[in-house]
Design a protein around this ligand. Structure first.
Ligand SMILES: Cc1ncc(COP(=O)(O)O)c(C=O)c1O
Length: 445
C-alpha cells in the first residue's frame, strides 16, 4: 500500500491529527526500507562494518561518556577527615589550597572560590567592569565566560575564532575594540593556551585588563610559562569533568597585589579583617571587621579544598594520561578522510581537557547530528562544545544576531567532543577510535 493509499483510507474516518500520525509512521517505514536496501547493497560492495544505529553491532556493550572525574580512596579519606574535624568551611584547608595553587602555577596570589563561574565574576568585579563597559570574549565557550560580564552590567562583545585552533583570534579582538572596551576574556578552549603574546600586546596598547578563562587549562603552559602567570587574572574551574575537581569549585590567580585585594573582597561579602584597609580605625576589638565594598559569598568549603588538594597530588599523572590519549587519537585520526583534528599552536604545552573532532561535512554523506547519534549507538557518548553563546535565546533577546562570528558558526556545525579523561582504559580509547573510524568510513562520500 502506498503512502497515498494509506492517506485516502484514513481520510475517510480519521481526524486530522490521526492522519498526521499515519503519515509519519509511513515515512518512518519507507526510510527504514530505504536504509536496509542501501545498506545491503553497500555491505556487498564494501566489506565494512554496519553502524549500530542501522542495525550493526556496537563497538562496545557498555557506554562511555565524554568526560568523568576520578575520585579515589585518598580523596575520600581527605574529605572524611575534614568532615570529622572542627571546620567544614572557612578553615585551614582553604588557605592551604590557595598556597598549593600558587606553588603549582608560580603565580603570586590565588583565591579559591566555589565555582569557575564565580571566579570569572570576581575577576570582572576586580577589573572594575560596570555599566557601559565592553568586554571582548569568544562565542565558542561555556556561557559563563560571557555571563560574568552581564552580572556586572557590562556588555559582552564576541570576537571570532581561529578556524584551526578554535581559540579567539587576536586580529578579531583588535577589530572589535571601541573606546568602551575595558577587558578581554580569552578562553583556553580545550586546554590549549590562547595566543598570549598578541593578546598581551593588544591589552597593553589599549589599556585593557587581560582575563584568561583557564577553566580547561590548568597545567598548560605557553613559551614555558605556566597558565596562571600569563594574564592579569586567570580563572580555573574544578567542576567534575575538569582536570582536577573539588566537586564544584574555582580559583583566580594573579600576580597583582591590587587585584588580589579586590578579589578577596569580592568573594567574601566585601568584608575585611585587615586594619590597614578599614576606614573606622581604631576599631572596636578583636571581633571587629568591616564591610568596605559589595561582595558575595563565593567561598569554597574546607572539605572541597581538601578534595582539591588530594586531586592536586595526582594532577601530573592526570595530565600525562590525557596527553597520552590525545597522542593516540592524533595518530589514529591523521589519515581519516572526513575527520579534522584541532591544530596546536607552536610553543605551547597543552594539558588537554577536551578532544574535539571536526567533521568535514563536504566529504561525508551525513550530518553532524547523524554522526553524533551514530556514535551514541556505538555506546560512545560524545558532547558538543559549544553552541556559540550568542545563539542562545537569552542573548538573542538582548539583540545579538546569528552571523556575527562566521568562523565560529562554521566550526560549530561540524564539531563534537569524544571521550577524554584519565581513567579511560586503553580499550576505551581503542573503542572510541574504532567507532570514529567505522562511522567515517561508512559515511564517506
Ligand atoms: C570555558 C569555561 N568557562 C567557565 C566555566 C564555568 O565553570 P564552573 O562550571 O566551575 O562554574 C566552564 C565550566 O564548564 C567552562 O568550561
Amino acid at each position: 500500500m502506498s503512502a497515498q493509499d494509506v492517506e485516502l483510507l484514513y481520510l475517510k474516518d480519521s481526524g486530522k491529527e490521526e492522519l498526521q500520525e499515519v503519515r509519519k509512521a509511513e515515512k518512518r517505514r519507507q526510510e527504514k526500507e530505504r536504509r536496509t536496501v542501501s545498506n545491503t547493497v553497500f555491505q556487498e560492495e564494501y566489506p565494512m562494518e554496519l553502524p549500530a544505529i542501522l542495525g550493526g553491532t556496537p563497538v562496545r556493550e557498555d557506554k562511555i561518556f565524554y568526560g568523568r572525574q576520578w575520585v579515589n580512596e585518598d580523596d575520600i579519606e581527605a574529605v572524611r577527615k575534614v568532615l570529622e574535624g572542627p571546620y567544614i568551611t572557612c578553615g585551614p584547608k582553604v588557605s592551604e589550597a590557595e598556597r598549593r595553587l600558587e606553588s603549582y602555577t608560580g603565580a603570586k596570589h590565588a583565591v579559591v572560590v566555589n565555582s569557575g563561574t564565580s571566579a570569572l565574576h570576581c575577576a570582572c568585579i576586580a577589573a572594575g567592569i560596570g555599566e557601559g563597559d565592553e568586554v571582548i570574549t569568544t562565542p565558542i565557550t561555556f556561557a559563563a565566560s560571557a555571563n560574568c560580564v552581564l552580572y556586572c552590567g557590562g556588555t559582552p562583545v564576541f570576537a571570532d575564532i581561529d578556524p584551526e585552533t578554535y581559540n579567539i583570534d587576536p586580529d578579531s579582538i583588535r577589530a572589535h575594540i571601541t573606546p568602551r572596551t575595558k577587558a578581554v576574556i580569552a578562553v583556553d578552549f580545550t586546554g590549549q593556551v590562547v595566543r598570549v603574546k598578541e593578546i598581551r600586546e593588544i591589552c597593553d596598547e589599549f589599556g585593557l585588563i587581560f582575563i584568561e578563562d583557564a577553566a580547561h587549562s590548568i597545567g598548560s603552559a605557553y613559551n614555558g610559562v605556566k597558565v596562571g602567570n600569563l594574564a592579569d587574572m586567570t580563572c580555573f574551574s574544578f567542576h567534575p569533568v575538569k582536570t582536577v575537581t573539588a566537586g564544584e569549585g574555582g580559583a583566580i590567580l594573579t600576580n597583582s597585589d591590587e587585584l588580589y585585594n579586590k578579589l578577596v573582597l569580592a568573594h567574601a561579602h566585601g568584608i575585611t579583617h585587615d586594619e590597614e584597609q578599614m576606614e573606622d580605625a581604631p576599631h572596636e576589638g578583636v571581633w571587629y571587621y568591616e564591610q568596605i565594598s559589595l561582595g558575595y559569598n563565593y567561598r569554597m568549603t574546607d572539605f572541597q579544598a581538601a578534595l582539591l588538594m588530594s586531586q592536586m597530588d595526582r594532577i601530573d599523572d592526570f595530565i600525562a594520561r590525557r596527553r597520552e590519549i590525545v597522542k593516540r587519537y592524533d595518530e589514529a585520526f591523521a589519515d581519516v578522510e572526513g575527520i579534522i583534528v584541532q591544530k596546536e599552536i607552536p610553543n605551547s604545552y597543552t594539558s588537554r581537557h577536551l578532544y574535539i573532532i571536526r567533521l568535514d561535512l563536504d566529504k561525508l554523506k551525513c550530518t553532524r547530528r547523524e554522526f553524533f547519534d551514530a556514535m551514541s549507538a556505538e555506546n560512545v557518548q560524545c558532547q558538543v562544545h559549544y553552541v556559540p553563546v550568542y545563539w542562545f535565546p537569552y542573548y538573542r533577546h538582548l539583540g545579538y544576531e546569528k552571523g556575527m562570528c562566521p568562523n565560529a558558526e562554521e566550526v560549530y556545525k561540524g564539531i563534537m567532543s569524544i571521550p577524554l579523561y584519565p581513567r579511560m582504559s586503553d580499550k576505551d580509547v581503542e573503542d572510541t577510535i574504532h567507532a570514529v573510524r567505522k562511522l567515517a568510513e561508512y559515511y564517506r562520500k
